[in-house]
Write a protein that binds this ligand. Structure first.
Ligand code: HPA
Length: 235
């Protein structure tokens, strides 16, 4: 199979790819939730696996952190390997007081402080939006599994350590639920290519109440999110 600067596939890549930020989490998801998972990428340690879930082929691959990283992997997966659906499964920092640690947030839209979207040279402000098909699928799954989710606008920020400590509160006032660092770029790459994308997150920090999860607690909370997304990935 064709090689790109960042992917050298040693096996098939499915139409749908689940993308956690951490490549070791991709390995964990593949080994824990997929049948017959085989590694297809290890370039730069960005591990990717393909296996089956309920008999349907699904891939899972790390995205790295930030819009530059996820956008280059999404570009290569979609344009070179024909991937149709990318579901980011990550963590986020809640910007609203009523979001608890481990709550699941789904990004119907992703505001951003990144300049990534200026490359499309649009005569206005383009709104990074999730695929309705994927979003509706996860929503239906959440109802079925009786796992509540919060759907709304999130912030994809280039900045993890903010110099200006007032910025989060200003986004929060506009109803933004949480902050992460990738989805707006993923949504833009997918939209431009006619592919589908969705971001699903577990609240790992609440930046209003200053609550934080421990690494070990995160693992089980993460499972809830994977169980909501894998049935959609395998459709
Ligand atoms: N900022 C950005 N991304 C995050 C955070 C955060 O506080 N927590 C988890 N992902």
């Amino acid at each position: 199979m064709q090689q790109t600067p960042h992917i050298n596939p040693t096996g098939p890549i499915a139409n749908t790819v689940l993308m956690p930020g951490d490549p070791l989490r991709a390995k964990f998801i593949a080994e824990t939730f997929l049948d017959d998972a085989r590694q297809f990428n290890q370039v730069r340690g960005m591990l990717g696996y393909t296996g089956t879930y309920q008999g349907v082929q699904v891939s899972v691959m790390g995205s790295g952190m930030g819009i530059p990283s996820i956008s280059l992997y999404a570009h290569e997966l979609i344009h070179v390997y024909g991937v149709k659906n990318i579901i980011r499964v990550g963590s986020c920092g809640a910007l609203q007081e009523d979001l608890d640690l481990y709550d699941v947030v789904v990004a119907a839209s992703a505001s951003t402080d990144s300049h990534f979207i200026t490359q499309y040279d649009l005569p206005g402000t383009w709104a990074p939006t999730a695929s309705w098909d994927l979003l509706e699928g996860v929503y239906a799954q959440s109802r079925k599994a009786e796992v509540p989710i919060r759907v709304g606008n999130i912030l994809s920020s280039d900045v993890f350590y903010n110099f200006d400590e007032t910025v989060n509160a200003r986004w929060a006032k506009m109803g933004v639920l949480a902050v992460e660092m990738e989805s707006a770029g993923l949504y833009a790459v997918a939209a431009q290519a006619g592919a589908r994308a969705l971001g699903v997150f577990t609240v790992s920090d609440n930046l209003v109440t200053d609550q934080h999860t421990s690494a070990s607690e995160r693992q089980s909370a993460f499972t809830k999110m994977i169980e909501l997304t894998l049935p959609v990935a395998a459709k």
